[in-house]
Design a protein around this ligand. Structure first.
Ligand SMILES: [Zn+2]
Length: 227
């Protein structure tokens, strides 16, 4: 049936389509590897006598905790949710303007990022970056994924949204429901996780005392994470 055989021109067109189809098949992998994934940091390798205080979410705005952060000049990393400063941004403006704290990225809506595709993760992470920038004029450089849950897409998304690391933690020393975790022996480079909850002032006092006892001082995490 010679008349059904593709003419040379049609064959050339088919051949031209084939590489496109192959490209289409490999594109998602290429997208996952670009931009270059950021490192995941749960503690910092350093010989400096330092610990890192990080405080998440931002829902409860205790004036006593803010006073302590300012009085003790704690260079805390604040992983804030835009919704938690929408109703009282002054609390955090004071911390950032009058002390050495910095605002970092904790997404917009606090999802488990591993349940989202790359586009969904990007909306959460770049969205929070844009909100912080608009409110505080300071773009976050560290991403703490909610629940500490991340995957390969989170590490490339972090880079695409201006972060240089995905940051988890060494010790969660938050008091929850009246239960305070046992005191660890803090070591140089440890990252301590706290939350803006009702017990932040006492949790902070305890962490600062533990740091003192170990001969460590709080240092700014952003400056200890390489570009
Ligand atoms: Zn959180």
């Amino acid at each position: 049936m010679p008349r059904l055989r593709p003419r040379p021109a049609a064959r050339a067109a088919l051949a031209a389509l084939l590489p496109l189809a192959l490209l289409g098949a490999t594109a998602p992998q290429a997208a996952a590897a670009w931009p270059e994934p950021v490192p995941v940091v749960s503690r910092v390798e350093t010989t400096d006598p330092v610990v890192f205080v990080t405080i998440d979410d931002g829902w409860f705005h205790d004036p006593a905790a803010a006073r302590l952060l300012l009085d003790r000049r704690v260079p805390a990393s604040l992983f804030l949710l835009p919704g938690a400063y929408a109703y009282d941004s002054g609390y955090f403006h004071r911390l950032l303007d009058q002390g050495p704290a910095r605002v970092e990225n904790h997404t917009v809506g606090h999802p488990d990022l591993t349940a989202l595709d790359a586009d969904g993760q990007r909306a959460e992470v770049c969205g929070a970056r844009d909100a912080h920038l608009a409110e505080f004029g300071d773009g976050p450089r560290l991403l703490r994924p909610p629940y500490g849950a991340y995957d390969a897409a989170t590490r490339t998304t972090a880079r695409a949204c201006g972060a240089k690391a995905v940051v988890t933690w060494t010790h969660d020393l938050t008091t929850w429901g009246g239960w305070t975790p046992p005191a660890p022996e803090l070591k140089a480079g440890d990252i301590v996780l706290l939350h803006f909850n009702e017990t932040l002032e006492q949790d902070l006092e305890r962490v600062l005392a533990l740091a003192d006892a170990a001969g460590l001082r709080p240092a700014p995490l952003r400056e200890y994470v390489p570009e």
